[in-house]
Design a binder for this molecule. Structure first.
Ligand code: HC0
Ligand code: SF4
Length: 581
């Protein structure tokens, strides 16, 4: 440990601390902009500069505190005229080349640059002049890139390259014309982007955002001819509240349902329902692969970012992917078949809307094969943030809403469906059902702790009787595409053998998807949204009367009245799909 003095306050901190972290211990909040802990620590914006002397010898220039390691006897000052002037000038230089239409900006209120300007008291911009040429790329179904808003902080670049291991975005061109963009200025539509939206989560401004389908959804709601149904993904309820001031990871299921009803959706259902349905289809598929010598390891297919990553980078594993559509798509297919038939509604009048923590789901919904008999499974997919915006625009006082319950006959869910949104959740849900089926018992021990948590790759094994023989069933869970690549490489190299692998494209799983509420870099120093939101889902699971997918009465009724059996003829038509190289 070393002693460092910050604005006269001495703190004793570990020697691998940066000055920025040490200052926090002293209760001093040094401003930052490009800094994203553990992801982007590159001192590009120079907003965190400080004045330093070490044992009385002043350091030359003003070092950036986000990369400056502490030394014994360091004396740091963060609030001198020299520091204030430098920081102000650095921010003004960023602003000079920034599209400052803040009032009409999507990030008005959640923009980290706007907040910084407020905190620093920037009231004038000295440097006026030419701006970088602005380009808006809105050709993909998922991601919009607006170069006029980009401040070249590099947070998206590091996230895509280092966290996700993909590297779509990078600095291009030079000097004044410098931009962050895909190579050769390609559109996001035409590059191997998986649309995970982790770059959006990293962006402090509105240079990267989701493609919005809010207006299409309002149009459908306002059209008296249309019957508009909505499903909400497991992870949405653990983040939506953040749009209205609730702490990160507050479960707001009941208020979310109320809000959706007040927005005018004709029926409010739940993707948790089709998560349970997925377990019956996928669990049955796994058992049949294991007992009939099918392709193993089987790999989950519910994360569309992961599917696209696999198609683009590991086509040799396409036969390993479960043929199950994702719960989002299964839900849509069931709404326009079983539900339409039961309720006597013409499926051509149904508009199927999903609310997802995800930006890749928009592209998934638009995949050509995701329809049955000419009816699209999902017509519009919104993010958690878009739902928050709709609720605000409708002037609904979210915090004052009562808790309401989803509609039947596609609204019931179990704890197994609820935990899908956290990394390891699909695996745990599957194990709960598969173990019951194989043992023929209603097992009481159902919490598979080994597959929980935010370690990048998790492994577990469970002994289960298969064909009368006790067999060690080996499973792995990976989240984030870089971790998925690690697992696939180890399988390819013959180093690892598994029966079943869960992969989610986003680090932390859906709870940290690209469509979830923004958590600023500063807030992330105190809370980990992956952990808090996952805890909210595990808590929900524990509170529910049914915690195994095969105990979901509405799912069981769907089989009884319509599908007949998992992996049967109708299931194959509605609920399964194929993949493309
Ligand atoms: Fe997920 Fe899903 S769990 S991918 O993360 O499987 O987006 O929440 O909706 O479809 O259920 C996202 C979340 C879903 C799907 C489910 C799966
Ligand atoms: Fe990279 Fe994901 Fe952003 Fe695409 S959406 S650029 S893959 S971080």
């Amino acid at each position: 440990k070393v002693n460092v003095t910050i604005n006269g306050i001495t703190v004793n901190v570990p020697k691998d601390y940066t000055v920025l972290m040490a200052a926090r211990e002293a209760g001093i909040d040094i401003p930052t902009l490009c800094f994203l802990k553990d992801i982007n620590e590159i001192a590009a914006c120079r907003v965190c500069v400080v004045e330093v002397d070490i044992k009385g010898v002043p350091m030359r220039n003003l070092p950036a505190s986000c990369v400056l390691q502490v030394q014994d006897g360091m004396n740091v000052r963060t609030n001198t005229p020299k520091v204030r002037n430098a920081v102000k000038m650095n921010v003004e230089l960023i602003l000079a080349n920034h599209n400052r239409e803040c009032l009409t900006c999507l990030r008005n209120g959640t923009c980290e640059l706007q907040k910084l300007c407020d905190e620093l008291g920037i009231d004038d911009i000295e440097f006026q002049g030419a701006k970088r040429e602005a380009k808006i790329d809105n050709l993909s179904y998922s991601i919009v890139r607006d170069s006029s808003k980009c401040i070249l902080c590099g947070r998206c670049v590091s996230t895509c390259r280092d966290v996700q291991g993909i590297g779509i975005l990078d600095f291009t061109k030079r000097g004044f014309k410098t931009e962050v963009a895909p190579a050769f200025d390609y559109s996001m539509k035409d590059v191997p982007c998986v649309y995970c939206g982790q770059c959006i989560q990293a962006c402090p401004v509105a240079a990267l955002r989701e493609r919005s389908y809010i207006d299409d959804v309002w149009d459908a709601i306002d059209d008296p001819e249309k019957f508009v149904v909505v499903q909400t993904a497991p992870a949405v309820r653990a983040s939506l509240g953040e749009e209205f001031g609730y702490p990160v990871g507050t479960d707001v299921t009941g208020k979310m349902v109320s809000a959706l009803k007040r927005l005018g959706f004709d029926k409010v259902f739940d993707t948790n329902f089709s998560a349970d349905l997925t377990i019956l289809e996928e669990g049955t598929e796994l058992l049949s692969r294991v007992t009939n010598g099918g392709k193993l390891p089987m790999i989950t297919s519910c994360s569309p970012g992961w599917i696209r990553y696999c198609e683009l980078n590991y086509p040799e594993f396409l036969d390993n992917l479960s043929t199950c559509k994702s719960p989002q798509q299964m839900f849509g297919a069931i709404v326009k078949s079983y539900y339409a038939e039961k309720e006597g509604i013409d499926p051509s009048k149904i508009v199927s809307v999903s609310v997802m923590p995800c930006t890749s789901k928009k592209t998934e919904a638009n995949r050509p094969e995701m329809e049955v008999d000419g009816y699209r499974d999902v017509d519009y997919s919104l993010t958690t943030r878009e739902l928050g915006d709709m609720i605000k625009r409708a002037r609904i006082s979210f915090t004052k809403l009562p808790d309401e319950h989803t509609d039947s006959i596609l609204g019931d869910y179990t704890g197994a469906g609820a935990i899908f949104g956290a990394t390891g959740g699909v695996m745990e849900a599957a194990l709960r059902t598969v173990a019951d089926i194989l043992t023929g018992k209603d097992l009481e021990s159902i919490e598979y702790q080994a597959v929980r948590g935010i370690e990048g790759v998790k492994e577990a094994s469970v002994v289960l009787p298969i064909g009368g023989v006790d067999t060690e069933v080996k499973v792995a869970v990976a989240h984030g595409t870089a971790n998925a690549a690690k697992v696939l490489e180890s399988v390819k190299a013959g180093e690892k053998e598994y029966h079943f692998i869960e992969v989610m494209a986003c680090p932390g799983g859906c709870v940290h998807g690209g469509g979830q509420s923004h958590v600023s870099a500063k807030a992330r120093l105190d809370v980990n949204p992956k952990v808090s939101r996952a805890n909210a889902l595990y808590e929900l699971d524990r509170s529910l009367p049914m915690r195994k997918s095969h105990k979901n009465p509405e799912v069981m009724k769907l089989y009884e009245d319509y599908l007949k059996e998992p992996n049967g003829h109708l299931s194959h038509k509605l609920l399964h799909t194929h993949y493309t190289k």
